[in-house]
Ligand binder design. Structure first.
Ligand code: MN3
Length: 224
């Protein structure tokens, strides 16, 4: 290697490294795998985070590397602008970008709750559902109506209220230009090991581990 080659190689190195760095990475789970026991078991969390979520991240990165024009875009802008994503990777971005965004939020929505919703969120909940218990009941009931794999969402509405919606597969409210406040995964992979086909039992358990501190903070941000 000549001196000139070396200088050229070194000059290209940062760009090369940057080009090879994955666009998206699996976020660390913000608590231990067994933190949600007995409501959500450690083995489910381990596989759900380490295998399922990891696969969405890996497949999203594959789609991005096939379409360099997408590099550097945020997940939210990819999802809310799916029609601008080249058709060759649109389905991959929809499924895997949705999967990444949905799970990233889901891990944060869960936790070991210490208290209930803060004042601002409590007000919105009471306005739209009457009480937190009624919101939880409605989340459970709506979760049962999702046919096959999907999600249940709580989304802030204009006027200060909230509403519940569902999505199939890994679709996200972002795809319709709405910002999800909280989401509950009702794919079988979220509960099958512990609850088998009993989605109702899983839903009853998972609403008990909603991290209302996080959801209250997020509500404040989204409605600011
Ligand atoms: Mn899942």
């Amino acid at each position: 290697m000549t001196r000139r080659d070396l200088i050229t190689a070194l000059a290209g190195a940062p760009a090369l490294l940057q080009a090879q760095a994955p666009a998206f990475t699996l976020p660390k789970l913000p608590y231990a795998f067994d933190a949600l026991e007995p409501h959500v078991d450690a083995q489910t969390m381990q596989i759900h985070h380490g295998k399922h979520h990891q696969a969405y991240v890996d497949n999203l990165n594959k789609a991005i590397s096939a379409e360099p024009s997408l590099r550097g875009k945020s997940l939210e802008s990819l999802l809310s602008g799916l029609q601008q994503v080249p058709e060759s990777v649109r389905t991959a971005v929809r499924n895997n970008g949705g999967g990444h965004a949905n799970h990233d939020l889901f891990w944060k929505v869960l936790g070991s709750p210490k208290g209930g919703p803060a004042a601002g969120l409590a007000q919105a909940i009471n306005k739209s559902f009457g009480s937190r218990e009624q919101l939880e009941d409605k989340l459970r009931a709506t979760g049962l109506t999702v046919f096959g794999s999907g999600w249940v969402w709580v989304v802030p509405e204009a006027g200060g209220g909230l509403r519940i919606e569902t999505s199939p597969n890994q679709d996200s409210p972002w795809m319709a230009g709405r910002k999800p406040l909280l989401g509950l995964d009702v794919w079988e992979h979220a509960y099958y090991l512990k609850y088998q086909n009993r989605r109702a039992d899983y839903l009853a358990a998972v609403v008990k581990v909603i991290n209302w501190d996080f959801v209250s903070d997020r509500h404040r941000e989204l409605t600011r």
